[in-house]
Design a protein around this ligand. Structure first.
Ligand code: SLL
Length: 172
């Protein structure tokens, strides 16, 4: 196995969450009616232009990512969620915001150590009142502002990659 010295190759990703407010009917049908939102936290390719093609297409990160582990708040049952194929995401319901630890494991042939990124789960839309008071907006205001999106762009950089791994990366 040969390393290509002096080379750095990056892969752009986005990670973050979307969240929607549950309707009263949805809340009643849940095992935990105190839950107010449904949310999805995910790691996706930033190289694709749409949510399509998550499996086998441009947004399929599995050629270099083997597993993504999302560590949820300990109020969740089985808070450590291992996702071994795309889409690398977890959908849950809940009532509160918290920090999610996201561990990204690369394919074994990369020889790369896993990396950690952190995302603060965002449920509440920004509003003038929430900015002033730090309190979530009232449900009617929140519902009217639609789904919340909170995403961050990042680039994973591989230094001195193995030749074979470099070939895999550049073939996609
Ligand atoms: C807060 N520090 O107090 C945060 C904690 C925890 C959120 C938020 C679901 C839990 C369950 C849930 O939304 N936990 O399913 O029991 O705001």
């Amino acid at each position: 196995r040969v390393r290509v010295r002096g080379l750095a190759i990056h892969r752009p990703i986005i990670y973050g969450n979307t969240a929607v407010l549950l309707t009263p009917a949805e809340r009643e049908s849940l095992p935990s009616p105190d839950h107010t939102h449904r949310w999805t936290v995910a790691v996706r390719s930033a190289a694709s232009d749409a949510d399509s093609d998550i499996v086998g297409g441009k947004d399929d990160l599995s050629y270099f990512i083997k597993r993504v582990t999302f560590k949820l708040h300990e109020t969740y049952a089985n808070p450590t969620r291992n996702i071994d194929k795309p889409p690398f995401e977890v959908t849950e319901t809940g009532w509160g915001e918290f920090e999610i630890q996201i561990r990204i494991n690369f394919v074994p042939e990369s020889g790369e150590k896993s990396i950690f990124v952190y995302h603060h789960l965002k449920l509440h839309p920004w509003t003038a009142t929430s900015a002033d008071t730090d309190a979530p907006p009232p449900p009617d205001v929140a519902a009217a502002s639609g789904p919340v999106h909170s995403w961050q762009y990042d680039e994973i950089v591989f230094y001195d990659p193995f030749q074979q791994f470099l070939n895999t990366l550049t073939a996609h």
